[in-house]
Design a protein around this ligand. Structure first.
Ligand SMILES: CC(=O)N[C@H]1[C@@H](OP(=O)(O)OP(=O)(O)OC[C@H]2O[C@@H](n3ccc(=O)[nH]c3=O)[C@H](O)[C@@H]2O)O[C@H](CO)[C@@H](O)[C@@H]1O[C@H](C)C(=O)N[C@@H](C)C(=O)N[C@H](CCC(=O)O)C(=O)O
Ligand SMILES: Nc1ncnc2c1ncn2[C@@H]1O[C@H](COP(=O)(O)OP(=O)(O)OP(=O)(O)O)[C@@H](O)[C@H]1O
Ligand SMILES: N[C@H](CCC[C@H](N)C(=O)O)C(=O)O
Ligand SMILES: [Mg+2]
Length: 504
């Protein structure tokens, strides 16, 4: 495609040089540029992409884009108001606007995005709309399952992947839209039909710095990305009004809003609900009347995810039957309250709770189901929000009979320093501290232990368990790796637990 044609979808672009050059591919990393490349110089956290314009031209770039004047020889220079947003819009155009003509649902919020995306996928499928799903677990459609380095990929990768999945037959898109991606305009080229808000609680403050900025990033999905658009005339936002930030999103949204709530007034509310070990049975009030359904998902927080998916289904004007069947028959979400089967009488659950709110929710749910004691193993990721560490420590210790503090993905931080941050939240509870060896003989009194090596910690947790106990392995869920330093090693809580159970 010629640069001139590509740029016609952008406002405010100033071109210095030849705009008839043929663009073969879009790039945001100079190290991967090839002949015919269009390179975007992006300001990053670690470096400034504009430093690499020359390197990009050397690699074959015929044009470069930046949001400030830059000197560059040997290529056309395009100055735009916002390089990241320009990249998103141009990527969408380059790949033929994959989301413009098919139902596209974006889901944001601190917790519940992945789970809700699987539920919405189920609803779309039963409504006759086979959908691609992009998020934390993978980017997938039909038999194609592409590993996901990020929950929401960079715009060029996002639009290329969407094109590939639509070409494979996807007729709808369900995607998680992370706060990082909203801040970095990765999804600005997507044309959403429905934007869903699950909730907002503390996470990622290493990046967003405070809750207001974190909220402002999330809000973009309901303002900048859902302004009136002829291609999506029935555009809707779906908002959880029980969350303190829900009313603010409703007030600011650029499109009509459908709401859901368990506690207060909303378009979708709960008439009756039963939570049990077998899941959730509920009767919901909707603008179209009552809707009854059963789900094998556990816990109150999952009723929120179900309500989000039901409300999205209503926003898309799908039938009650499609909504019910889609939610009842959704694909299993890997690593979300996933059971590790065994013959020892111990309920072993692997879960992705890696925020205070998620951990509190999952442990509250488990407490309602428990027949005996709760053992919780968890850690906190390195190079991520440090403030959540003591909070998670306090929650795990308070809501468990035994909390085992261990490593998550330490990344480039000292694992011992992360453990110390977590312990700072546990110390004020004045609980008994167990050594690893001591635990092998079991434990009687409520307490905690610190075992840095996650494999050893999982073994200690299972050794300490008695029949009837519930062991929650939190934080890594579906992850099949552990990142220590800059190395990614194979590590899967589900496999580790299965091995450890065999050794008992
Ligand atoms: C903090 C963050 O979001 N970082 C993202 C950001 O990287 P960065 O700002 O550090 O980039 P940088 O290294 O400073 O470089 C700036 C620019 O120069 C370019 N460059 C750099 C070096 C060079 O030689 N040549 C060159 O062209 C880089 O490609 C980049 O375009 O831009 C990169 C390119 O888009 C992303 O891959 C990277 O995501 C990293 C891998 C990451 O870990 N992100 C996480 C925190 C993230 O995005 N998480 C969210 C939320 C997860 C959740 O659901 O909770 C997600 O969506 O996954
Ligand atoms: N609606 C919810 N409210 C609070 N906690 C939830 C909710 N849904 C799920 N959780 C908890 O949060 C964990 C992560 O859930 P899920 O993967 O669906 O969220 P996510 O928003 O996609 O997370 P991430 O941002 O890490 O991708 C679950 O394992 C569970 O413990
Ligand atoms: N997408 C989230 C996942 C965190 C998962 C947890 N295992 C960790 O590594 O902190 C993040 O990048 O913050
Ligand atoms: Mg997710």
């Amino acid at each position: 495609m010629k640069l001139r044609d590509l740029l016609s979808c952008l406002e405010g672009a100033q071109v210095i040089g030849n705009s008839d050059v043929e663009i073969e591919a879009l790039h945001y990393d100079s190290r991967s540029v090839g002949p015919g490349g269009l390179f975007f110089g992006l300001r990053g956290v670690k470096s400034d992409g504009c430093q690499f314009l020359e390197a990009a031209v050397h690699g074959g770039a015929v044009a470069v884009v930046a949001d400030r004047p830059c000197a560059v020889a040997g290529a056309t220079f395009v100055q735009v108001p916002d390089a990241r947003r320009a990249m998103s819009l141009l990527a969408a155009r380059f790949y033929g606007e994959p989301t413009a003509a098919i139902p596209t649902i974006g889901i944001t919020g601190t917790n519940g995005k992945t789970t809700t995306s699987y539920l919405v996928e189920g609803v779309l499928e039963k409504a006759g709309v086979p959908a691609a799903v992009l998020g934390t677990i993978s980017y997938r459609f039909g038999g194609k399952d592409i590993p996901a380095p990020n929950t929401t990929p960079e715009s060029v990768d996002l639009q290329r992947t969407l094109r590939e999945l639509v070409d494979l037959g996807a007729r709808g898109v369900v995607m998680e839209v992370s706060s990082h991606s909203l801040e970095q305009r990765r999804a600005d080229g997507c044309v959403f039909d429905v934007a869903v808000f699950t909730n907002l609680t503390r996470d990622h403050l290493d990046y967003h710095l405070d809750m207001e900025s974190y909220f402002a990033s999330k809000l973009r999905l309901f303002t900048d990305l859902t302004t009136p658009d002829d291609r999506k005339p029935r555009r809707r936002a779906v908002v959880n009004l029980d969350d303190p930030y829900g009313p603010r999103i409703k007030a600011a949204a650029s499109c009509p809003v459908l709401t859901y709530a368990m506690a207060g007034e909303a378009d979708v509310t709960v008439a009756e609900v039963d939570f049990s070990v077998n899941g959730i049975s509920c009767r919901l009030n909707t603008p179209r009347g009552e809707l009854s359904l059963h789900s094998d998902l556990l816990g109150r927080f999952n009723l929120y995810n179900i309500m989000a998916a039901v409300t999205a289904g209503i926003a898309l004007e799908f039938s009650d039957e499609a909504i019910r069947a889609g939610i009842e028959g959704h694909k299993k979400v890997p690593g979300r309250v996933e059971r590790v089967m065994n013959d020892k009488g111990i309920t072993v659950l692997v879960d992705y709770a890696h925020t205070g709110d998620a951990l509190e929710n999952v442990l509250a749910t488990v407490s309602e189901l428990k027949t005996n004691r709760i053992i919780t193993l968890f850690g906190c990721g390195g190079d991520r929000d440090k403030g959540k560490r003591p909070v998670m420590g306090e929650i795990a210790a308070r809501l468990s009979d035994l909390a085992i503090i261990t490593s998550d993905n330490p990344r480039t931080e000292d694992p011992q320093a992360i453990l110390a941050d977590v312990r700072a939240g546990v110390a004020p509870l004045g609980l008994k501290e167990y050594g690893a060896d001591e635990l092998a003989a079991g434990f009687e009194q409520k307490g905690f232990a610190t075992i840095a090596n996650r494999r050893d910690a999982i073994r200690a947790a299972l050794k300490a368990a008695r029949p009837g106990d519930i062991v929650v392995l939190a934080g890594k869920g579906h992850e099949d790796y552990q990142i220590i330093g800059t190395q990614k090693h194979h590590f899967d809580d589900r496999e580790e637990a299965a091995e450890a159970l065999k050794e008992l």
